[in-house]
Design a protein around this ligand. Structure first.
Ligand code: ADP
Ligand code: MG
Length: 616
């Protein structure tokens, strides 16, 4: 409990004790004495509410919870219901206390995850170790990370081998082995031995800071149900006040309850109408759901996306890097005119500046040092390959389409796979056949998706149709559209979306940005180390496991179910108490007690959203 919460609790206890004590003080007919006595616990427990309401009135902001509480309790004092007024304020404060504890707890669950934030970093400056604030470390400095400590800043391992626990970032519990040259991300925990890391980013640009920012900003993007509640509360409160006045007037005119009795009825109605259970529990549920997802390595950029995610019935995915590893192995090198080494040499030089998975695989297969001085202009041709000047000559490296475009007399290969053709101007030099592997969990992820209510799964790829069809049948997807240029992917996605429903696009963020933004919800995977993915997507998976998508959908569904339960439950109970109150069946104290009860139940229900279901 925070200091503020403790203070509130103490005020509640003192007021409750006084309320009981007042009961036994004989006041006789001296109403002013009674009023003065009850004013003490009332003000102890409620002075901040009354003051807050007055301040808001001065600012012209009428009709919120505090306002309702103030007029109801002051009204009750006016008609001589002193204990009633005090009790109402007391219950209300109990509800407020409970709510602030719940909000604090869910914030803490996120900040627990944010426990990945390192407090200090040990930099090596002039050969000496120095402990500093991570913000003070600049790019290119050497930091020492001992076992048990967190990697403070993104960087590259320069000395030592160790295993890292990246579960705070990815939700995966398996340790990751790193050694000299490995890229490491802030927020991972060093397990086995000390390593020295050369930083590649400032603290502000490091993974941890970006995740923090993303999760914090996610609270600003409100879901429709949340916006509804805010708007609802705005119209609702004045309506309730008018209704209360009407009830008072009706009681005076049509019954013999007298003025005080009639006002009391109206006040009961006012007290009950306080919409706090809704206003609090809905955002709290979303907050909890987003927190639970982030602990699984799934970052959802706002509750609006949580809402969309829960409705997803069509998943469209990219092939390379999404369903397959994006790590192509070279299966064959078929040169014509030149020899194998020369062919792969040219290809690797041409690809050395591209971050396309095809390019990275060829550079890796080549394995030799690349002489930068041999490379001239390079122009990437999206969805086809690239044009590169090497040793002053112009080469084309890419797929069939590219060869056709330039009029090279290329030929197909009998070996199945993705052919990367190489041509010197129009003169064909041969091809390299590469093949990708499925990610180990892709097949299970597709089955899980179908189980989670996703009826349609479609693959969109720029690769050739033979390879695409093979991958699709291996993972169990029957709708596959291949040989698409990047802009055709958007058109194809639009066609799919035209059939209705809610469509998610899943990609690795490399040349996927237009499709990611076009879909109802864009999901990018492999965010560790890729800024592009974090920027363009609505949902970001820290690692690149397709299996996280059904988990995300299930979490979203659960959160939305909790939100709906809370809305329906709170409204139902509230309307019931309002009717009972208006009819005089329940008194003000019972009414507010019921009200706080609803709030507590709704908050407890919302807290369920924070928990991660076991099967995921
Ligand atoms: P996808 O991400 O679905 O594989 P892309 O549009 O990125 O689709 O690429 C489509 C095809 O274009 C690849 O399968 C490959 O044949 C060719 N291609 C793209 N970039 C390159 C590159 N840098 N080098 C060689 N071929 C490439
Ligand atoms: Mg791609």
């Amino acid at each position: 409990m925070t200091k503020k919460q403790k203070k509130r609790l103490i005020r509640i206890i003192i007021a409750a004790v006084l309320l009981v004590v007042m009961h036994f003080i004989p006041t006789g007919d001296m109403w002013y004495l009674k009023l003065a006595l009850y004013m003490i616990p009332y003000l102890i427990v409620g002075y901040d509410i009354v003051l807050g309401a007055f301040k808001k009135i001065l600012k012209g902001r009428l009709f919120d919870e505090e306002f309702l509480m103030m007029i109801a309790t002051i009204g009750a004092f006016a008609i001589g219901e002193y204990p009633e007024a005090t009790a109402v304020m007391l219950f209300y404060q109990v509800g407020e206390l409970f709510q602030s504890i719940a909000v604090g707890k869910s914030r803490k669950s996120i900040s627990d995850m944010m426990d990945i934030v390192p407090d200090t970093a040990v930099v090596i400056r002039d050969g000496a170790e120095e402990e500093v604030d991570p913000c003070e470390v600049s790019v290119g400095e050497l930091v020492l990370v001992k076992p048990g400590e967190k990697i403070p800043i993104d960087g590259i391992v320069e000395e030592g081998n160790t295993s890292l626990n990246t579960s705070a970032l990815t939700g995966e519990s398996l340790p990751v082995e790193v050694g000299k040259g490995s890229q490491v991300f802030s927020g991972s925990i060093n397990i086995t031995s000390a390593v020295k890391v050369r930083t590649t980013a400032d603290y502000e640009d490091s993974t941890v800071s970006k995740i923090l920012e993303l999760v914090e900003n996610s609270m600003d993007k409100k879901a429709k149900s949340e916006q509804f509640i805010t708007k609802f509360a705005r119209v609702y409160t004045p309506c309730v006040v008018i209704l209360a006045v009407l009830i008072i007037l009706a009681c005076i005119v049509f019954t013999d309850m007298g003025v005080a009795g009639s006002i009391y009825r109206g006040l009961i109605f006012l007290v009950v109408s306080c919409p706090c259970a809704l206003v609090v529990s809905v955002p709290l549920s979303f907050f909890g759901g987003i927190g639970a997802a982030s602990r699984k390595g799934i970052l959802i950029k706002g509750s609006n996306f949580m809402e969309t995610l829960s409705k997803v019935d069509t998943v469209v995915c990219d092939k390379t890097g999404t369903i397959t590893k994006g790590n192509f192995a070279v299966d064959a090198i078929h040169p014509s005119q030149i020899d194998e080494d020369e062919l792969i040499d040219i290809a690797a030089l041409a690809e050395s500046r591209s971050n396309h998975p095809v390019a990275e695989s060829i550079v890796k297969a080549h394995g030799k040092h690349i002489k930068a001085e041999r490379i001239g202009d390079i122009e990437e041709i999206a969805g086809k390959g690239l044009k590169a000047v090497i040793d002053g000559k112009t080469y084309y490296v890419g797929n069939d389409k590219l060869m056709r475009d330039i009029g090279s007399d290329y030929h197909d290969c009998h070996i199945p796979g993705t052919s990367v053709h190489v041509s010197l101007e129009k003169e064909y030099l041969g091809h390299i056949v590469i093949n990708d592997e499925l990610k180990p969990d892709s097949k299970k992820a597709v089955q899980d998706l179908k189980k989670s209510g996703v009826g349609r799964i479609v693959i969109l790829t720029g690769d050739n149709s033979k390879v695409a069809a093979k991958v699709a049948s291996e993972v169990g997807i029957d709708d596959v559209r291949a040989e698409l240029m990047p802009d055709m992917k958007v058109a194809e996605l639009e066609k799919i979306m035209a059939k209705g429903g809610t469509t998610a696009f899943v990609g690795d963020g490399i040349n996927d940005a237009p499709v990611l933004t076009c879909a109802d919800i864009g999901i990018a995977m492999g965010a560790l180390g890729s800024d592009a993915a974090i920027e363009a997507a609505d949902v970001v998976l820290m690692d690149d496991s397709l299996g996280k998508i059904p988990v995300a959908i299930r979490l979203a569904k659960k959160t939305l179910r909790i939100v709906k339960e809370n809305i329906i439950f709170s409204l139902a109970v509230k309307i019931l108490i309002m009717i009972l109150g208006a009819l005089g069946i329940v008194g003000m104290r019972a009414a507010v007690f019921g009200d706080v009860g609803v709030l507590v139940i709704a908050i407890l229900n919302a807290a369920r959203a924070m928990r991660i279901p076991r099967q995921s």
